[in-house]
Write a protein that binds this ligand. Structure first.
Ligand code: ES4
Ligand code: ZN
Length: 324
């Protein structure tokens, strides 16, 4: 099984590039850029990665992102993730970034996107890895702030395939962002949103009906509504599931309690993704392996999960056919 997981070419659809910042790079950049970080060594960092819910993670994740200052920093961050893709045989990746985390610190939108973009161009040239960039709005901030970010992004429209919604879910439902998603759709962006991670299934309905999203990120709470499950199955709406993340953030008590096998058996279009791999103990293959170690997934299930990620991707149809 592990052999199959390792050798299958995979696509990743749910990966926050800031969440791939490994402690080693965090230390190197902190030193180079003269940024204070609240850790004395790498071991100290790893010990801090002990989360009780989404918010306790986000506080540490945003603090880590403070070390990213120059275009080269964003390049190095992205390149290190690409090397993990090579290791795990990920041949297509659609990565999230959080522009507001950086612009709020005075880092230009252009600095961030250019660093990421150049690394992805090199990934294509050197390894043939294809990719897309999705810009996420931080849902704990206002819709006006998201509008301002969308406005800024328009100059880089060619470099961004989609718009997403992340950060603190509870209390910040999709309905808070209805108008800005409408505008993003008019501008031609694909739409995704984190929904039903910690929030209940009503957040998934809102993401579908009010934001008109193409994919749900997480979506594991859909299991609590039969009507929603039927709809997700009928419309084959993709759910980008992140097992390690769900365990680390206590969405499920342990891997054995994870519902991905049930979602899959019901006929939903689910895929496996790594979310914030530097914080959640592993990249995509490790997510698959942890599932297989704990749930009765068959080889056929693994192949279905991998195919789902390609078919739910935003790549052009001819390339998609080639990948499938
Ligand atoms: C995130 Cl796991 C998760 N959920 C919501 N927002 C996020 N940003 C980065 N990781
Ligand atoms: Zn996520």
């Amino acid at each position: 099984m592990i052999d199959l997981i390792k050798k299958l070419p995979k696509a990743e659809l749910h990966l926050h590039i800031e969440g791939s910042l490994e402690p080693e790079l965090m230390f190197r950049l902190a030193k180079k850029n003269n940024i204070d970080i609240p850790y004395k060594d790498i071991e100290d960092v790893r010990n801090a990665y002990n989360f009780t819910n989404l918010q306790t993670f986000l506080d540490i994740y945003y603090a880590g992102a403070n070390v990213l200052i120059t275009k080269d920093d964003f390049y190095d961050l992205t390149w290190e993730y690409i090397l993990k893709c090579v290791e795990d045989n990920v041949i297509h990746t659609e990565i999230f970034f959080d522009p507001q985390t950086h612009t709020a610190r005075g880092i230009a939108f252009e600095t961030v996107i250019t660093g990421i973009k150049e690394a992805l161009a090199d990934a294509k040239e050197r390894y043939g890895i294809t990719s897309g960039i999705i810009m996420c709005f931080l849902r704990h901030l206002s819709q006006q702030d998201a509008f301002d970010t969308l406005e800024e992004a328009m100059a880089f429209k060619e470099d961004i395939i989609g718009v997403g919604l992340d950060s603190s879910e509870l209390g910040n439902p999709p309905s808070k962002f209805t108008e800005v998603f409408e505008k993003a759709k008019e501008a031609g962006f694909k739409l995704v949103a984190h929904a039903g991670e910690e929030g209940d299934f009503s957040y998934i309905y809102e993401a579908l009906d009010l934001l008109g999203i193409d994919r749900i990120d997480h979506g594991v709470q859909s299991i609590h509504s039969d009507t929603l499950m039927q709809r997700l199955k009928e419309e084959q709406i993709p759910l980008t599931v992140c097992p390690n993340s769900n365990i680390e953030l206590k969405v499920f008590e342990d891997y054995k309690a994870h519902n991905i096998k049930e979602l899959l058996d019901y006929g939903l279009n689910v895929s496996v993704n790594s979310d914030d791999p530097a914080y959640f103990k592993g990249y995509i293959n490790q997510n698959f392996i942890n599932l297989c170690d704990n749930l009765p997934l068959t080889e056929n299930d693994i192949v279905t999960l991998v195919k789902n990620s390609f078919r739910s991707s935003f790549i052009d149809d001819d390339l998609k056919q080639a990948y499938l």
